[in-house]
Design a binder for this molecule. Structure first.
Ligand code: F6R
Length: 608
């Protein structure tokens, strides 16, 4: 979603701001802008569309300043346009702000300001904040913020410039991420680490209602009562290279290729690979807690929810615990009945997804324990959950999640195995065998990636298709859901997923000569049934591709096969999703889509 970057210091900040915004491009946006304090006033430049347009505008109309803010906007209130792009200023042009989030009561605030004679320039909710700050400005931005913030309902991360204080930068947040850091030449704010990592590795995570006042060499934090706060910084140990493409054409392709390493790194962290034992201290449930578990609820959105569906099956089948997986955006509003001893696992790559945060808070408010599977250190979910298990995927830049999903699946494998072991459903011997099978996955995942030419060939054969049906049974059905999501989000090709046994209850009516059906065929227990379902669509004209390990002859003779290495059924999803990620990638590539930043999508969905 929107991105914020800000700087106050000794350097002319335009290049710093533009570079920071470039690093945030992956979040998705449709306009961009910067503001600096120049000659005692605010200078603004904005442009609709890509950052290149803003750079061009600045090339034609240069500006210079040592204190500035920048923004990439993903439209919510008001269409993507020059006028609606941030930063926004008050009517006197005394201050400028950038804002991530949504002000829910903006309409009534706007009406009351209009009655006081304030004329608005844009259709955005953000401008209401700028005008409120301007209207109530008392000569001190800090006290003005204290006056205005309680009027705002909704969520915000804000960066504020006050032309009267050219060597200060203000920021605050409620419900939207914001970080602050001290570099060598000045102080920075940003909505996300990559924007400022080049300048500092020691990051302060702002909490809701904290206000920070930054100047060249100092950063002061205040709580909502105006008390000065002491905050500890967190050292970030991944570097900018992790956020570069490393010679790959796209981040998505790079991140798909990183998966064998992600699996290995995650295993090394959670498993003692010499003794082949889980590091118990890294597991979310103690032996007593594991034995006492009666119900687990898994919550997430999109791809994270799909990982949760696999997790649900694993916890039920291996650890024999009643488990449900739910979409966080539905769960939070459907007045769920929560058992007292129900455990929750929330899944989120970014740790900032608004719906997942709200669902987590609901469970916590009910007094239940929440475990988070999260990829971003210091994110809201990581900080608020009772226990965090990090997916060690490194920064995921492409909007379409690939390596974080695989890492989430791996964590569910480990949790389910460990819990099953603690509950007595797996012997020590079986546990070791399972971990040994997991240890072979990095090599096998690499083998899948090495066979990418064949996947590219299939994609080239399917380039004209208008829609694709992904089918599967059991875990393969959940994989089909993820495969369909990946294809539609990056290639814009209509795709659907179905439990293979459901086709004949309606969907099969859509199958006609040449329809592309991709069958996920990794679950041995139901392979015979799936082959019958494949036949049902094949005889009706469908072109079928099956993803399978050691496919039986009758399958390989009738349909095209994408072969993956053999793995136990429970672990096959970690391998079988890779060809589907590559298939989506190559389909999008030949359609010339903006693969890393698909239209209308944002990396971190911080609004509901
Ligand atoms: C799809 C995708 C999204 C996210 C979803 C949740 O490729 O990335 O569906 O999975 O928006 O995001 P996180 O995991 O950050 O909570």
């Amino acid at each position: 979603m929107c991105g914020i970057v800000g700087y106050v210091g000794r350097e002319d900040c335009i290049a710093l701001l533009l570079k920071g915004l470039e690093r945030l491009e992956y979040r998705g946006y449709d306009s961009a802008g910067v503001a600096v304090i120049e000659d005692g006033g605010i200078s603004l430049r904005k442009a609709k569309g890509r950052l290149a347009n803003l750079q061009e505008e600045i090339g034609v109309n240069p500006l210079k300043g040592f204190t500035g803010i920048g923004h990439t906007r993903w439209a919510t209130h008001g269409e993507p346009s020059f006028i609606n792009a941030h930063p926004h200023v008050d009517i006197h042009g005394r201050l400028a702000i950038v804002h991530n989030g949504i002000i829910e009561n903006y309409f009534s605030l706007r009406k009351s300001l209009e009655q006081k004679g304030i004329r608005f320039a844009s259709q955005t909710d953000t401008e209401v904040i700028a005008q409120l700050l301007g209207f109530y400005y008392d000569g001190d931005m800090l006290t003005t913020l204290y006056r205005v913030l309680p009027m705002l309902e909704g969520s915000f991360a804000l960066g504020v410039l006050d032309a009267a204080c050219p060597d200060k930068l203000y920021c605050t947040r409620k419900g939207n991420p914001l970080i602050v850091g001290q570099g060598e030449t000045g102080s920075f704010i940003a909505s996300d680490i990559p924007a400022i990592l080049e300048y500092t590795r020691d990051i302060y995570f702002m909490d809701d209602y904290d206000i920070a006042v930054l100047s060249r060499d100092t950063i002061r934090f205040y709580d909502e009562m105006g008390n000065e706060l002491r905050k500890e910084s967190t050292h970030i140990d991944w570097d900018m290279e992790a956020a570069e493409k490393d010679g790959y054409a796209h981040f998505m392709l790079k991140e798909i290729h990183q998966q064998p390493k992600v699996i290995q790194d995650t295993l090394n962290h959670y498993v003692n690979m010499e003794t082949m034992e889980i590091r118990r201290e890294t597991m979310p449930f103690s032996p007593e807690q594991a034995k006492a578990l009666t119900k687990v609820t898994l919550l997430g959105c999109g791809t994270a929810y799909h990982a949760g569906l696999v997790g649900k099956s694993l916890l039920e089948n291996l650890a024999k615990i009643r488990t449900t997986a739910d979409v966080a955006s539905e769960y939070r509003y459907r007045e769920p009945l929560i058992d007292k001893d129900e455990a929750f696992i929330v899944i989120s790559q970014s740790g900032e997804t608004a719906d997942t945060i709200a669902a987590m808070r609901l469970a916590k408010a009910n007094g239940n324990r929440v475990v988070a599977l999260c990829n971003v250190i210091g994110s809201t979910i990581a900080r608020e959950a009772d226990t965090v298990m990090y997916t060690l995927a490194g920064p995921e830049i492409a909007v379409a999640s690939t390596k974080a999903y695989v890492a989430q699946l791996l964590l569910f494998e480990l949790i389910a195995l460990d819990t099953a072991h603690q509950r007595g459903y797996l012997s020590d011997e079986q546990m070791k065998e399972a971990l040994q099978a997991l240890a072979r996955l990095p090599e096998k995942a690499d083998a899948v990636i090495q066979a990418k030419e064949k996947i590219q060939y299939f994609a080239s054969q399917s380039s004209n298709c208008k829609s694709v049906f992904f089918i599967g049974r059991l875990l393969d059905y959940y994989l089909a859901m993820e495969a369909a999501l990946k294809l539609k989000e990056v290639s814009y090709i209509h795709s659907e997923s179905y439990a293979a046994g459901e086709l004949k209850h309606g969907t099969i009516a859509l199958i006609e000569e040449g329809t592309l059906v991709v069958a996920m065929a990794t679950q041995h227990k139901v392979l015979g049934k799936l082959i019958s379902n494949i036949e049902e669509v094949r005889v009706r004209g469908a072109k079928v591709i099956a993803v399978a390990a050691n496919p039986p002859q009758m399958l390989s003779e009738s349909v095209a096969i994408l072969e993956i290495p053999e793995a136990p059924d429970a672990m096959a999803p970690l391998l079988a999703i890779i060809p589907m990620q590559l298939f989506a990638y190559y389909m999008a590539l030949q359609k010339g889509c903006d693969i890393d930043k698909p239209r209308n999508l944002a990396k971190s969905v911080t609004v509901e």
